[in-house]
Design a protein around this ligand. Structure first.
Ligand SMILES: [Zn+2]
Length: 508
């Protein structure tokens, strides 16, 4: 309860101040992340703070909670164009239930990687008919989603193209336009589905082709789109890349960086006035160490994909720290083996008659061989020995084809409700992640990208985009290459989009 208790006497600020006293939150202490709940009864009141947070942000992280996704198989079509069509179909027929925004503002005076973070969770209500899948309802309810509140307090919005001049209204669609106007990097996790839904629900009717869609996105977000799943998997090379894993991994690495006196991420949150407290949920970032279960076997499913069909009933551990500990031990083990292999290699090389050259220690072995063992043969021999003490597969990356799809969050209900044989007590308390999940997920997403910024080091030149290796690369499940957000010379932007852009830049 650190973040909210230290200035209870704060006076009510101007709404547009967005925040008053900031309390630095770093170190290994429990971080409390304030998530501001925005719904129809405080939307107008929060509007100025929302706009200020967006306009002053260095980047904005976004997450959505959806009413469903429809057919899972077509969403994973090997043909990306087909996959796009399937997501478009989902976006036209389904709706966004909540929108999470995390605005990260660099504070250069406080350190190279110091950010002020503001997190919002907007509860929405689509005013047109939409499909909501029973599975989704079931899952959401089980995870604390409050449909009563959504219907009573959801901020209404309509999909597709604008109806008349909406740009002056205080609506979620205008808010989305403000994110575009801010011209800041947009950060998402496994972002294709989010992008398609955001476009259809808050912007305009989706274009027919993927090429047009990416051309539009390019203009909408000139500072780039970033995907933390791509960054975690292909850039940071984490063992797994689902959001909770990537976040916790970054958090732990950041702690090490800090302890070692190296560049690290520092976050500050606003201290909100007591009048706003009713709308703020303080989410705890770290799993307290006391919650760690006793040494127990880890659930393979959860470890690899971040979900498990048994949910909280699973007798095996879903503890993310335990999972990361195990993964790190595996990596360390591999490293040790590699070292051992190198030693053996040297030993073999130094055997009389196997010397490859006079300077075997330096540089790669030359082709010229004196003894009866060639360099490659030595390599092979070492590899053979090495294989023997390497149990199991050589799976460096946990493969997460379809299961990573956010859609599967909903699918978990299938078996989660089934009986657990023997009535084993759960070792995994249900995480309190139901409420404001889009907001907190957006926060975790932003955190991962900010941390990637730390390991990337200082930007080489200012004309370059932020984190060039992750710039405009959107993760594609089951693909080794990301979707590149670019405007090709063959694809033109869409008509609806061009009108929106006129509106966005014309009236700002
Ligand atoms: Zn499990």
């Amino acid at each position: 309860m650190a973040a909210d208790s230290d200035d209870g006497a704060a006076s009510a600020p101007e709404a547009s101040d967005g925040c008053i006293n900031k309390c630095p939150k770093s170190g290994d202490e429990l971080i409390q992340v304030p998530v501001v709940d925005v719904q129809s009864d405080n939307f107008k009141e929060m509007w100025p703070s929302l706009l200020l947070a967006i306009k002053t942000a260095s980047f904005v992280a976004v997450d959505t909670e959806l009413s469903g996704l429809g057919d899972r198989k077509s969403l994973l079509n090997q043909c990306i164009e087909e996959r796009y069509k399937a997501v478009c179909h989902a976006a036209r027929t389904r709706s966004i239930l909540s929108l999470g925004l995390a605005c990260f503002k660099l504070q250069p005076d406080k350190g190279e990687h110091s950010y002020l973070v503001q997190v919002f969770n907007l509860t929405l209500l689509c005013m047109e008919e939409y499909v909501i899948e029973p599975k989704s309802v079931q899952f959401l309810v089980q995870h604390g989603f409050n449909f009563n509140r959504q219907y009573a307090q959801g901020i209404p919005y309509h999909k597709g193209n604008d109806k008349g001049n909406e740009s002056q209204s205080q609506s979620v669609r205008t808010l989305f336009l403000e994110i575009i106007r801010a011209r800041r990097p947009l950060v998402l996790h496994n972002g294709l589905i989010d992008l398609v839904f955001l476009y259809q629900n808050f912007y305009a009717h989706l274009p027919e082709s993927l090429g047009t869609f990416t051309a539009d996105l390019c203009e909408m977000f000139p500072s780039g789109i970033y995907d933390t799943k791509y960054a975690a998997e292909f850039h940071a090379r984490f063992t797994a890349s689902y959001l909770e894993y990537a976040f916790r991994k970054c958090e732990r690495e950041n702690g090490k960086q800090r302890a070692g006196g190296n560049p690290h991420l520092t976050l500050e949150f606003c201290s909100y006035p007591s009048s706003m407290r009713a709308h703020i949920d303080y989410r705890c970032c770290m799993t307290p160490a006391t919650h760690r279960p006793h040494p127990t076997s880890i659930c393979d499913n959860f470890s690899a994909y971040g979900w498990c069909p048994m949910g909280p009933q699973c007798p095996r551990s879903h503890d993310i720290d335990l999972i990361i500990d195990t993964d790190e031990a595996v990596i360390e083990d591999k490293r040790r083996r590699r070292r051992r292999r190198e030693k053996r290699r040297r030993a073999l090389l130094s055997l009389p008659g196997t010397q490859t050259s006079g300077e075997a220690e330096d540089g790669p072995p030359t082709k010229q061989v004196h003894g009866d063992l060639k360099a490659e043969e030595i390599d092979q021999k070492v590899a053979e020995v090495d294989k023997k003490d390497q149990p199991g597969s050589d799976q460096d990356h946990k493969n997460d084809l379809e299961k990573e799809l956010k859609a599967t969050r909903y699918e978990t209900t299938d078996m989660a409700t089934s009986e657990v044989p023997g009535g084993q007590a759960s070792l995994n308390p249900v995480p309190g992640d139901g409420l404001h999940r889009a907001g907190f997920d957006a926060f975790m997403t932003g955190y991962v990208m900010a941390y990637v910024g730390v390991i990337q080091g200082p930007q080489s030149c200012s004309s370059e985009p932020w984190l060039p290796e992750c710039h405009n690369k959107v993760y594609l499940s089951g693909k080794a290459v990301p979707l590149t957000v670019a405007k090709s010379q063959f694809s033109r932007s869409s008509k609806a989009h061009n009108q929106k852009m006129k509106l966005a830049w014309g009236s700002s």
